[in-house]
Ligand binder design. Structure first.
Ligand code: 7TS
Length: 424
């Protein structure tokens, strides 16, 4: 079925390196990759939406429910202690993973979306006033636009949007011009989910700080592809989702600098986020529990810790290297298909390829590829302003993970050619 173009792929990209990455072995770790879809082997190219889970994560979840399911922090009994230990162990794994100074700076949330909403609703509400500005970019996911719109509406602050160029890069000169003493918050995506652009976040963070702004980095598309070090970056907040990093859905992370988190009011009220409750006055809990009201996603946190351990077992640098070669190869192969236009041609890109084909609606492309067992995403990818910027309603998007192969890309390209032929 596959046209083995691996040698060609290597010639195009980095000769001699492909064999070093044990992709066949890695694929064996992901049970779902053995699936047949519409009588074809599944080719899963929708990794920017959510990633598949390795067996170790699935087993961890099963083991939790079969042997020590229990609520945390509240029980003296054995199971509760086991659950609490693993839940807190995962927090330490996450702390090390992004090099936070303390596990108290790791807040569990439902995902990147909730993490940004938390910052907007607490830090934003407490610190923004009429005339202040929140600076974002044109390539933000809706979850890094709408929470700021809501809080700007409530506080009288203004949302300012830095433009992007035709390649999908932030125009840094314009970004710099938009920074001023009124800028209180800068909130920028690290890697764009619809364009693949890798933003120069260190430069953006440093510039934001020069004007006294706090800087939030949306790492939903970056932690799984690149080593993150929040201390070196010096960002004030960093957010990501567990399900995009081979962990479960419904769990995510907000990293925040301790000094800032301590001053922030709580997000939601309820159990666990308090030290004591009197009708006259409630004393809030210490970090990180102040922001974790109610019974959390215990198994989600434990599963996320396991997912990070799994990533470590492969090595984030090896992953990044292999994914870059997949991206370069796919870019080369797809660019050669007449009629296909890639949207998002930034110099520094992650393993996302958005494209349009003149005369064929992305939904038709997605549906026809699905018949061949290929899962891609079509639509605006929750980045409607990006679509408006390029004057298109939607794109087709193939996004790769380290379990994808060069052969899959070949098969995808052949399938795409069939789609074009059918519509021509
Ligand atoms: N930020 C970015 C850059 C994203 O890509 C996404 C999700 C989010 C935030 C929100 O993450 P969530 O886990 O809280 O939903 N992006 C996508 C996508 O590209 N396709 O489906 C979800």
């Amino acid at each position: 079925m596959f046209k083995f173009k691996i040698q060609e792929g290597l010639k195009v990209i980095q000769p001699g390196q492909l064999v070093e990455f044990p992709v066949a072995q890695i694929r064996g770790d992901f049970p779902i990759l053995q699936r047949i879809v519409h009588n074809k082997p599944l080719i899963y190219f929708d990794n920017a939406a959510t990633t598949q889970k390795p067996r170790s994560v699935i087993d961890t979840i099963t083991n939790y429910y079969t042997s020590y399911n229990s609520n945390i922090h509240r029980g003296v009994h054995y199971l509760s202690q086991l659950a609490t230990d693993d839940y807190e162990k995962a927090r330490k794994i996450i702390q090390k993973f992004i090099n936070a100074g303390s596990s108290d700076e790791i807040i569990y949330t439902r995902g990147a979306t909730e993490s940004i909403n938390l910052v907007a609703a607490t830090y934003g509400r407490a610190n923004l006033k009429s005339g202040d500005e929140v600076l974002i970019s044109y390539m933000e996911h809706h979850s890094n636009i709408v929470p700021w719109q809501i809080i700007c509406e409530q506080t009288g602050a203004k949302l300012i949007v830095a433009p992007i160029d035709d390649n999908g890069d932030i125009i840094l000169e314009e970004f710099n011009k938009l920074l001023n003493d009124r800028t209180k918050i800068v909130s920028i995506v690290h890697i764009s989910n619809s364009l693949g652009t890798i933003n120069p976040i260190k430069e953006i963070i440093d510039r934001g700080h020069r004007y006294g702004a706090v800087v939030l980095i949306d790492g939903a598309q970056s932690v799984q592809h690149a080593k993150i070090d929040v201390k070196t970056l010096d960002c004030d907040f960093f957010v990501f989702s567990g399900h995009k990093i081979y962990g479960p859905t419904g769990i995510g992370v907000l990293y925040g600098k301790r000094a800032i988190l301590e001053k922030m009011p709580p997000y939601q009220g309820g159990g666990d986020m308090i030290k004591s409750v009197r009708f006259e006055r409630t004393i809030y809990n210490d970090l990180p529990y102040k922001f974790e009201a109610g019974t959390p996603n215990i198994v989600g946190a434990i599963g996320l810790g396991e997912a990070i351990d799994y990533l470590h077992s492969i090595g984030i640098e090896a992953i990044a290297n292999y994914e870059t070669r997949l991206l370069n190869y796919a870019t080369h192969v797809i660019s050669e298909i007449p009629g296909v236009e890639i949207i998002g041609k930034a110099k520094h890109k992650s393993s996302v390829i958005s494209f349009v084909i003149v005369g064929i609606h992305p939904h038709d492309i997605g549906t026809m590829l699905d018949v061949d067992g290929i899962a891609i995403r079509t639509g605006h990818h929750c980045t409607e302003p990006v679509m408006h910027r390029y004057g298109i309603p939607a794109t087709s998007r193939a996004s790769f993970a380290f379990y994808n192969t060069f052969e899959e890309i070949d098969y995808f390209a052949e399938s795409l050619k069939k789609v074009i032929k059918m519509f021509s």
